[in-house]
Design a protein around this ligand. Structure first.
Ligand SMILES: [Zn+2]
Length: 287
């Protein structure tokens, strides 16, 4: 074992993952879920209708990149880019190959981000959505490459970019190749911005590490889901370093917004209409 570290609490702990079966309600499971916060039970149909937010206490559960695209994009408008790209174990890091195949199995994705173009309320938009079920959205070299290519495509085609971030940070198994993605994506974001194209980012639970330190915080408008953990180093790392307990809410979206790093907090159900409104305001859109 090259490095021995305590299990990262952000990994391998998928909250309830559910599938949206909009037109196939008969296929929904009869099984009841119990909310970990309010302990009330509800069906998969109720969970699906509330976009994986507890209908009783408003607790947010994680959803996959495809489910977000399903919620956000106009019907059948999403065209995926670079779906075939996938990471390789370039450093020969012990256990990484197994971790990658497990992540692919769990998320049914080739990488931790899904990129493409779609329409949001009729406006053509470049979009990237990170997936919490692929190594908790960890940023490897292919994650950075896909997002860079998306920004370059958006710059060439004068499109806005909408991005959903969820990440435990840079992927340590790829070492410096992972860290350099921060600079590479940042440069592409800057070129997109210099060409007068808007970038809207939505931070979801958790957004941390190298993603927070680069493209998650470089958007023109930064939104967040309620209660999302938004930080660079997480509370556990800070507590281990300074040997003091940090307040529970210190890195939650509400506190981060109070300190000026987030522009607004928008519930999952309102995100499509809110983002659509922002795009209409900032693009010269002709109906
Ligand atoms: Zn609940």
């Amino acid at each position: 074992m090259l490095f021995k570290k305590p299990k990262n609490s952000l990994e391998g702990n998928p909250k309830i993952q559910f599938k949206l079966f909009k037109d196939k309600t008969d296929t929904l499971s009869k099984e009841l879920f119990t909310c970990k916060k309010c302990k009330k039970a509800y069906s998969e149909k109720e969970l699906s209708e509330s976009f994986n937010v507890c209908p009783f206490c408003n607790e947010y559960y994680r959803i996959s990149a495809r489910e977000r695209l399903d919620i956000l994009c106009d019907s059948a408008s999403f065209i995926e880019h670079d779906s075939e790209l996938t990471s390789v174990n370039i450093l020969g890091f012990e256990g990484y190959d197994e971790k990658l195949s497990e992540a692919k199995k769990q998320s049914k994705e080739n990488e931790s981000v899904v990129c493409g173009v779609c329409n949001i309320e009729g406006i053509k938009t470049a979009i990237f959505v990170m997936d919490p079920f692929f190594m908790m959205g960890s940023m490897g070299s292919v994650t950075g490459e896909k997002i860079t290519r998306l920004f370059e495509y958006a710059t060439d085609n004068k499109l806005p970019v909408v991005g959903y971030c969820v990440s435990g940070g840079a992927r340590m198994q790829e070492g410096i190749m992972s860290l350099m993605q921060m600079a590479k994506v940042s440069a592409a974001v800057k070129r997109h911005s210099d060409a007068n194209n808007p970038y809207i980012c939505i931070l979801t639970d958790p957004t941390s590490g190298g993603v927070t330190a680069s493209f998650a915080m470089q958007a023109d408008i930064i939104l967040s889901e309620p209660g999302a953990l938004v930080c660079f180093a997480g509370p556990r790392v800070i507590e281990q370093t300074i040997k003091k307990k940090v307040p529970d809410d210190i890195q939650r979206a509400e506190c981060v917004m109070k300190n000026g790093f987030i522009d607004n907090i928008i519930g999952r159900k309102s995100q499509k209409s809110y983002i659509g409104k922002l795009l209409r305001m900032h693009m010269r859109y002709e109906a």
